[in-house]
Design a protein around this ligand. Structure first.
Ligand SMILES: [Zn+2]
Length: 276
């Protein structure tokens, strides 16, 4: 599901991300949106000190990032975002929701202590079929502690396979089974979903209908963009935070510097199936 990438690909991609961030910043496109506030949802995966693994963020970097959100009062909860989309709650422009996919153990060992330290709300998207399966994944006991600590829990499918690449009945099974298991284990409603991989090949109108029928009210893709009030709640974009990038890059992507990466999402989705 995650693995280090080659040195040349790593530097090429980092150069592309930085180039986009700097050009967006330089062209002054980070100004407040005129047609209402924009909210961004950050995607994390794992925490640790792996070299050249874009899915792994160093714990020290994560701490600096969460301190920035806290000091600037940027962090909002999934409830806040759902209220915003329903037209029931105002959020300030530039508000940030933190999410983490896949249910790796470092969510409990590295992420949770930092979230608690800075009182940052977050959502963990889990694949119940993999919980406790191997040592790198969370156990149910750890999942319960995340929920007790105030983290929202959503579904990331049953087996972390692409809903868009399977038949409707199988996709329905992934959506329903994962939700039922999480609700049974946690004793609370689960109404948010994150599409495994989240590229254009991994969701469509059929999967949106399946998720809605299964009881989900929000679903996130991996398409890069900001969220406006009128966004489709079952096809919401996010912004991926990668390992090995400076704090300046984090600040810029919080302010919209990576929103333009959606054109890469649109052009290169066939090659983006390596992680997520
Ligand atoms: Zn994933």
């Amino acid at each position: 599901m995650t693995h280090p990438i080659s040195k040349s690909r790593w530097y090429l991609k980092k150069a592309a991300r930085k180039g986009l961030a700097i050009s967006t910043w330089a062209s002054n496109r980070l100004a407040a949106a005129e047609d209402g506030p924009r909210v961004r949802v950050l995607t994390y995966h794992r925490f640790g000190n792996s070299a050249r693994d874009p899915f792994c963020v160093a714990p020290g970097d994560f701490q600096t990032q969460m301190r920035y959100l806290a000091e600037n009062e940027l962090a909002v909860s999934l409830d806040d975002l759902e209220g915003f989309l329903a037209g029931e709650r105002d959020l300030h422009n530039g508000a940030i929701l933190v999410t983490v996919d896949d249910g790796f153990r470092s969510v409990y060992t590295e992420m949770l202590p930092v979230l608690r330290q800075y009182a940052i709300p977050a959502v963990a998207y889990l694949t119940p079929g993999l919980i406790g399966d191997r040592s790198e994944y969370l156990t149910w006991n750890e999942v319960a502690r995340l929920a007790d600590a105030g983290m929202a829990i959503g579904s990331h499918g049953w087996t972390h396979r692409s809903l868009g690449r399977m038949g409707p009945s199988e996709a329905r099974d992934e959506a329903v089974r994962s939700r039922e298991m999480l609700q049974q284990r946690l004793g609370r409603p689960v109404t948010s979903f994150a599409y495994p991989y989240g590229t254009l090949a991994d969701f469509n109108d059929t999967t949106a209908g399946i998720l809605t029928a299964a009881g989900y009210t929000t679903a996130f893709t991996s398409q890069h963009s900001a969220i406006a009030k009128n966004a489709d709640p079952i096809e919401l974009p996010r912004v991926k935070v990668e390992g090995g990038e400076g704090q300046w890059m984090f600040r810029l992507l919080c302010r919209g510097a990576m929103d333009g990466w959606r054109f890469v999402d649109l052009a290169l989705w066939r090659f983006q199936h390596a992680g997520g």
